[in-house]
Design a protein around this ligand. Structure first.
Ligand code: DGI
Length: 149
């Protein structure tokens, strides 16, 4: 079982896509175990994107993520990290496969709607950065046996 951090970024919130994105993750069979709606401050943005510090798009990325509220969530499931990234599509929307969120709703890499952890190590770091342990609520879902063998 894996957990992954998903951010519905400011452009997706402003464009009224929170429900659409949650719908696709729920429908896939992933389980929501934590969620919060928040305005990201400079410190959180810089820590979250520390790996990109020094890159030409870094300052714009921090401005973008702090520009308006985001929805932060933790989703759980078998292969959740790969499954969520597949549902999001490639980082550059014009390279994302049809049927993915970034293909279906975005045009530019700098407004690509979502963030999802890219490995078990980053997922653990990012979940700990965005959520306190007591904010995670694992639960038994009546349909689990029909989604996980
Ligand atoms: O994990 P991803 O979000 O798919 O991609 P990533 O971790 O390589 O990059 C994080 C974010 O940084 C990405 O969602 C958008 C932004 N980014 C990455 N490469 C570029 C970029 N933004 C701009 N403007 N130009 C880039 O080349």
């Amino acid at each position: 079982m894996e957990r992954t951090l998903v951010l519905i970024k400011p452009d997706a919130v402003q464009r009224g896509l929170i429900g659409e994105i949650i719908l696709r993750l729920e429908r896939r069979g992933l389980k929501l175990i934590a969620a919060k709606f928040l305005q990201v401050n400079q410190e959180l943005a810089e820590t979250h994107y520390a790996v990109h510090k020094g890159k030409p798009f870094y300052e714009g990325l921090v401005r973008y993520i702090t520009s308006s509220p985001v929805m932060a969530m933790v989703w759980e499931g078998p292969n959740a990290i790969a499954a969520v990234r597949q549902t999001m599509g490639a980082t550059r929307p014009t390279e994302a496969a049809p049927g993915t969120i970034r293909h279906d709703f975005a045009l530019e890499v700098g407004r690509n709607l979502t963030h999802a952890s890219d490995s078990p190590e980053t997922a653990a770091q990012e979940i700990a950065l965005w959520f306190k342990p007591e904010e995670l609520y694992p639960w038994d879902r009546a349909t689990d046996a029909w989604i996980m063998g």
